[in-house]
Design a protein around this ligand. Structure first.
Ligand SMILES: Nc1ncnc2c1ncn2[C@@H]1O[C@H](COP(=O)(O)OP(=O)(O)OP(=O)(O)O)[C@@H](O)[C@H]1O
Ligand SMILES: [Mg+2]
Length: 288
């Protein structure tokens, strides 16, 4: 089974599942499925990197397996580890039964004692799977070696058990905020998509599709203001997630016109640093 039949098919089905993809995103998502290549999505916070993987899963009916990366993530958390406690119990029990060590050894290094973690889980699954390796730039470089091994052959070698090969390749999405450069070797194995803030038109569509009841006029005002804020030199520019939150806020407060006062009153929903708020008030000449 293929993932998407064409870029247009990808755009349509992602759209039906709440993800409004621009042409580049739809094309890359289609290609990642067609070529069975991992997709590396890079870009600032809150532009829809993680959501893309989730949407691919929803749109194709696949299950999502997620590996959340963080500093200190190791093989035991990413791939598999042996269930030591259970092994120990079995060893103790077998001593009573007078089993030889080699018998016990063969016994305790079997599937029953294996704790599979996301990478191995995704490789072993027989059903359609989207593997999301989220925020890969947060891991240490050693984990990249591990990823390379998995992403190049879609197989994992467990010394005691042998090599586990993917029955069916998962659709792999890696996301990164680009806090550090990933190795060329990892990049070479992936298709690359740079996601950025959407244009005003698409952002309005995203916001109105997620916040029903938002009137056209205020949606336009909101998106235009977000655009202006992004042009300022801020510590943290507002993301799509913040646009959506802002829209919900305006509805909750029954604000129908996003004038200077309304912006000033609700700025905390979009800007989360005091210095950013100060700057916005100054540059947009807001009054509260
Ligand atoms: N193209 C899109 N269509 C629909 N919703 C979108 C789209 N892009 C972003 N969103 C919305 O923005 C929110 C934030 O997106 P997401 O969590 O994927 O950001 P991210 O890029 O992974 O950010 P971070 O780097 O902080 O993890 C999503 O929950 C979703 O509601
Ligand atoms: Mg994310």
């Amino acid at each position: 089974m293929t993932w998407f039949s064409s870029p247009t098919d990808a755009a349509t089905r992602l759209g039906e599942h709440g993800y409004l993809a621009d042409p580049a995103t739809a094309t890359t998502a289609y290609l990642a499925g067609a070529l069975e290549k991992p997709l590396l999505v890079e870009g600032p916070a809150g532009v829809g990197k993680t959501e893309l993987a989730k949407a691919v899963a929803r749109a194709t009916g696949a299950d999502l397996v997620r590996l959340q990366c963080y500093e200190g993530l190791d093989e035991a958390r990413a791939l598999y580890e042996w269930n030591y406690k259970k092994q120990l119990l079995r060893i103790q029990a077998s001593q009573g039964d007078g089993q030889s060590w080699s018998e016990t050894h063969d016994d305790i290094f079997t599937d029953e004692f294996l704790l599979t973690r996301p990478l191995l889980t995704a490789i072993r699954r027989e059903e359609q799977t989207v593997l999301l390796i989220d925020e890969v730039d947060k891991t240490d470089v050693e984990v990249e070696g591990l990823l390379l091994e998995v992403l190049s052959d879609f197989q994992v070698t467990i010394p005691e058990l042998g090599t586990v090969e993917a029955v069916r390749r998962p659709f792999v999405v890696l996301t990164s905020n680009a806090t550090r450069e990933l190795s060329e070797a990892v990049k070479r194995r992936c298709l690359y998509l740079h996601l950025d803030y959407p244009d005003a038109e698409r952002e309005r569509e995203i916001v109105t599709s997620q916040v029903p009841g938002l009137e056209d006029k205020i949606a336009e005002q909101l998106v235009a203001t977000i655009g202006r804020l992004r042009e300022l030199e801020l510590k943290k520019a507002p993301s799509i997630a913040e646009s959506v939150d802002w829209a919900r806020t305006l509805i909750a407060l029954e604000i129908r016109d996003l004038d200077e006062k309304a912006i000033a009153d609700t700025l905390g929903v979009v800007l989360k640093h005091a210095s950013d708020q100060d700057r916005a008030v100054r540059e947009l000449k807001l009054r509260s």
